[in-house]
Design a protein around this ligand. Sequence first.
Ligand code: G3H
Ligand code: ZN
Length: 327
Amino acid sequence: MPLVDQKEILLPALKEHRAVGAFNANNMEMVQAFTWAAEEMSKELGKPVDLIIQLSPGASKYAGWSLGAGMVKIVANESKIRIALNLDHGTTIDDVKKSLENGFTAVLIDASALSLDENMKLTKETVKMCHDVGVPVEAELGKIPKIEDYFSSSEIAHLRSLPDAEAVKIIREKAGKSVEELMAKPDDVEKFVNGTGCDFLAAAFGSIHGIWGDIWPIRVDRLIEIQNRTPLPLVSHGSSGILMNRKVAAEKGIELRENEGTLLDAIQTGGVTKVNVATALSIAFIEGFTDSFKANPSEKDFRKLGGPGRDKVKEKTKEYMKLFAGL
Ligand code: G3H
Ligand code: ZN
């Protein structure tokens, strides 16, 4: 079926206290993997699983705006799954214009690098442009940093080689205070939401973009304070790094403080309705691709490597969908 408005996916999810995955695609294989995962999960669960596919401005430039969006539109048209196409982390009016020209059905304007007033101004301008053509807008309050803001690439490579609990300890020491300071302030929520007219809120509640495995706890106390200030669907960013649930935390030996929680807590008690995942899926593709090449270093056929990459992305996507379905 044609792409659907992201509101049609998120408003029912909000009512039913469940989350929908918003997965970042960087190539054709990932678009297929997300859709096939949703189709398979729909069959396994016996009820439809909705899907949000996201393209960042970077991914849209990599593929070309029209080819990137075009792939998602074609895959959606050929599927019975309800799929929305979201611009992820647009930062300029030009990004917004390009996504509207190319038929995106939702837009995130991320003006979190600006002051609160400037953020509101750019978000309001985006809302006007998008609502004029019936497209909903996600906006960002507070700032969700990326792991590269705190560690160099060689430090990240080292952290990835450590036991998870040890990596978390080091990240807490170096980034913890800053991540806390960047969180959205509950007192700003009503002013921001009412002043901009945005439809979905990506508020910072302690996550970090770009962590390689689910190891990082979020500040569920702050999330709940934010949730108490707005009826809008909330969005979790940097979700690859967030601990999936308390069982995983215990298995990894990662201790949660009293005010901390997991992705499942964010959905069940924090009102998170849209869960953005990028890094975990990118890593899944790279692993599937490179493992196949290592197993057969004489391989010359791209499809023999891209196919396993796609399979790994599909499996990882299903893992998230199962979590969201409470399995
Ligand atoms: O907007 C995209 C997400 O916030 C992805 O973050 O790469 O840490 O999963 P992630
Ligand atoms: Zn994000």
